[in-house]
Design a protein around this ligand. Structure first.
Ligand code: AR6
Length: 176
């Protein structure tokens, strides 16, 4: 079955999918924004797993992704990825790193037998990546994943918290 791509507006901690993606920082030890919301709603089990990863590999580099339990969340797993902190002097590098976040998260989800995944708008909050540019990078990364993996997932969701992002994704995505 071909993967369905969807955009919704809301709180990612409430979404019922196998994998919720977290816009984390390289320490993996929590923070504000969606990261704070995921740790609060999922409980201590998520931080415990993050600390184990931290002890093993010293955190997570920008563009890379790691997987933990989802604790009390409806999801099975949380994939923590670290988006780039926007730097307008390095636009191409920014795009590549943000694209890597989406691709590495999707690959990790598939490796863990997930069939559905939800993404927040990585880097568009505290890390200040321009929203239009971030949405274009996100959609193009997901589309390039789907070219080589058209059926490995049932559903990919973009969960937009703010109206501006929701409108942007609505324009970029043609839902079937
Ligand atoms: N559900 C979905 N999206 C959300 C939620 C939520 N509950 N809460 C916020 N957003 P941000 P970043 C949106 O700042 O820019 C943390 O401190 C928000 O509107 O969470 O990647 C980390 O530890 C925005 O569109 O992440 C890092 O230090 C998007 O999520 C740093 O922030 C991302 O905003 C990462 O910054």
């Amino acid at each position: 079955m071909k993967t369905k791509l969807k955009t919704i507006q809301g709180d990612i901690t409430k979404v019922n999918v196998d994998v919720i993606v977290n816009a984390a920082n390289s320490s993996l030890l929590g923070g504000g924004g969606v990261d704070g919301a995921i740790h609060r709603a999922g409980g201590k089990a998520i931080l415990d797993d993050c600390m184990k990863i931290w002890a093993r590999q010293g955190g997570c580099k920008t563009g890379e992704a790691v997987i933990t339990t989802a604790g009390k969340l409806p999801a099975k797993y949380v994939v923590h990825t670290v988006g780039p902190v926007w730097n307008s002097a390095k636009k191409d590098e920014m795009d590549q790193l943000l694209s890597n976040c989406y691709l590495n998260s999707l690959n990790l989800a598939v490796e863990n037998q997930a069939i559905s995944i939800a993404f927040p708008n990585i880097s568009t909050g505290i890390y200040r990546f321009p929203k239009t540019r971030a949405a274009e990078v996100a959609v193009s990364a997901v589309n390039s994943f789907l070219e080589t993996n058209p059926e490995s997932l049932n559903e990919i969701l973009f969960v937009c918290y703010d109206m501006e992002n929701f409108q942007l994704y609505r324009q970029l995505i043609v839902e079937d």
